[in-house]
Design a binder for this molecule. Structure first.
Ligand SMILES: [Zn+2]
Length: 429
């Protein structure tokens, strides 16, 4: 199930994308208040944008733009919106994405061809170990993709290793979709309960949220730990709500494949100029075929390297290596992306919190950890639970939280030479 365009020559793919780009520009100029305004204020003559190289004439779109002008990005009337998705915005408030019926069809197609990359077939059964609700896009995309492919899907949702194993025993999935660090929890549970991992029937895992590989595509610490105990194929999938598109590894496991019929990609340097071939840069995307909230030259904040050599799987599309880093302070936590201001907002909701520090670090498996150190006069289990509930409700993930002494916290907040209190301590690299 490889779309013809993905096997075509580089020149054919480029010409195809350029034709699609023209359609996107026309669509935005007709339906998007934000881009209409941008084209006008920047004096952009759409007739002069004909090639992918011409894209640099158009200013990029940032996450801040999405937040500030959220409604202006939505291109359809309210009655055409079927599904509402939100992402945690950089400025604290969530950003809303509106999906139309066609957008959901597009999302299904996107995920079906992504599953096909990872070798999933109609006869397979997939166990979904990520959230399908809470206004997330990913779980929904997986469900729709499995439907499109004709594969079976078991919606267990995230967490609860016991339930996951019960379900694996009962329904015999051949693939699972999970955050890779959760696979370690499944392994731990299996070991404690005499479950024979390597006779579970699971042959592969499609992993979201955390990288599996080093830049040379060798396994990283996390995936080595998994593979040591559980001999299954690990496929990385990289996606985001803004992209409406996934980049999933094929059997060669040499980066996530670009689907040229769904998205245009650019890799940009600090000055928004394209990097030299093979150099890392910020992934910047333009969506193709999206009706509800299409984006043009959107800067994802993710630093990646593009690989353009032909792939042994037969696809002739660019592959993206593991995300190298994020723009400042971006935290990838338990499969979601968040920023300190969103946590500031939540913590600031509690008058009983005297002060706090957010510590971001790498744990021993190379993924991010968040530790909230909180000083309060109400250091009770009850209050801690209240904070946790608020985090789950607002942010949908829960960082580690500990109460700590006010004086100790002050030392952290006011290191020498600092006049402003430090609220975020980034201990990563
Ligand atoms: Zn491939």
């Amino acid at each position: 199930m490889i779309p013809e365009i993905e096997k075509a020559s580089t020149a054919t793919i480029k010409a195809y994308q350029e034709a699609e780009l023209k359609k996107l520009l026309q669509y935005l100029n007709t339906h998007s208040s934000y881009y209409k305004r941008l084209f006008k204020s920047e004096n952009i003559n759409l007739n002069s944008i004909n090639t992918l190289e011409d894209l640099v004439q158009i200013p990029t779109t940032t996450k801040e733009d999405l937040q500030r002008y959220n409604d202006d990005f939505i291109c359809v009337p309210r009655h055409d919106i079927i599904d509402y998705v939100t992402t945690s915005g950089t400025l604290g408030e969530p950003v809303t994405f509106a999906l139309t019926d066609n957008d959901l069809k597009r999302l299904a197609h996107n995920e079906a061809i992504s599953f096909a990359c990872a070798g999933v077939k109609k006869a397979d059964v997939i166990q979904l170990m990520t959230t399908i609700d809470r206004r997330f896009m990913a779980g929904l995309a997986y469900f729709l993709g499995a439907r499109e492919l004709g594969a079976g899907i078991i919606r267990v949702g995230n967490g609860i290793p016991e339930l996951q194993w019960d379900s694996i025993k009962k329904f015999k999935p051949t693939y699972i979709i999970a955050v890779p660090s959760f696979l370690l929890k499944l392994i731990e549970y299996a070991e404690q309960h005499n479950i024979d991992l390597n006779n579970s029937g699971v042959k592969g895992a499609i992993c979201i949220g955390e990288s599996l590989r080093e830049q040379d595509f060798s396994l990283n610490i996390l995936s080595k730990k998994i593979k040591d105990k559980w001999d299954i194929d690990l496929f990385s999938t990289y996606a985001s709500t803004e992209m409406n598109t996934a980049f999933t590894e094929c059997e060669a496991q040499q980066g996530g494949h670009h689907h040229p019929e769904l998205i245009i990609i650019e890799i940009l340097d600090e000055n928004n100029a394209p990097v030299a071939a093979g150099e890392p840069g910020e992934l910047t995307i333009s969506t193709l075929g999206v009706e509800g909230m299409p984006l043009l030259r959107f800067k994802t904040g993710d630093i990646v390297t593009a690989h353009t050599e032909a792939c042994s799987c037969g696809r002739n599309t660019t592959r993206l290596g593991p995300v190298i880093g994020r723009k400042k302070q971006m935290i990838k936590y338990k499969g979601t992306t968040l920023y300190p201001p969103a946590m500031h907002n939540i913590l600031n909701d509690f008058n009983a919190i005297d002060s706090y520090v957010i510590e971001i670090s790498h744990n021993n498996i190379g993924t991010d950890e968040i530790l909230l150190k909180i000083a309060t006069n109400n250091a009770t289990e009850e209050f801690l639970q209240k904070i946790k509930d608020h985090f789950r409700a607002k942010l949908r993930v829960l960082p580690k939280i500990e109460f700590c002494d006010k004086k100790e916290l002050q030392k952290l907040q006011f290191p020498k030479m600092s006049r402003k209190p430090v609220l975020v301590i980034d201990r990563r690299e």
